[in-house]
Design a protein around this ligand. Sequence first.
Ligand code: ZN
Length: 271
Amino acid sequence: MPELPEVETTLRGISTHILNTSVTRVNIRNHRLRWPVSTELESQLTQQKIIALKRRAKYLLLVTHTGTVIIHLGMSGSLRVVAPQTPYDKHEHVEFCFANGKALRLKDPRRFGAVLWTLDPIETHPLLKHLGPEPLSDDFNAALLFNLSRHKKIAIKSFIMNSKIVVGIGNIYANEALFASGIHPNRAAGKISQKRYQQLCIEIKRILEQAILQGGTTLKDFVGGTGKPGYFKQELLVYGRKGLPCTKCQKPLKEIRLGNRSTVYCTNCQT
Ligand SMILES: [Zn+2]
């Protein structure tokens, strides 16, 4: 599943190709994504210039003077920039053609992705208005986590994966950040000190930034390639390493299910 770093890498990858260029055509080859793709999209977006590209949580936003296209990659989605005459892949469901001769295509085999069009201010959109702060912003800090978690019995891993608390911390990054900060994934969020939250915030930001940096080395793949940045080239210290030795103390890592997600941690290093 594309996580925040992959979405950020995608944003940077496509921005250079479609920013400040106008949409000449929208081809909706399959309306049946997570929500039906509106037929209004084509009439309302054609001739509009993309004046900004942004990311909010895992939503990509193509901003025009009238409205905004909201794209979510779902479970299996990817975007690539191609020449319009490029033959379609089987799962390329939506295509945006631009005045500069480039085309942006959404490929999504499992069709859990979304392409929506809204005329409302983006921060009021139902999908976005309840979201917590961006993890790489200054609004995401130890004081926030400490204050929101008081008297909460919820496991810290589930707490930081809740998008109302903070957006974009997927399962892989939650596992890695808790290991790096020495916090047991099942510890009650309300029982963690502000000092430990300080360390957790530092590690979350470091791990996400590192992943974005590594994604950035694959930007060329957005043109003519598969549209898939090299997500998993990143070195993971706990995720997917059940039973393998801890990189700090050599004790075999343990796996539990937490919120029905694979949770791997060191029983010795994480308390
Ligand atoms: Zn260990």
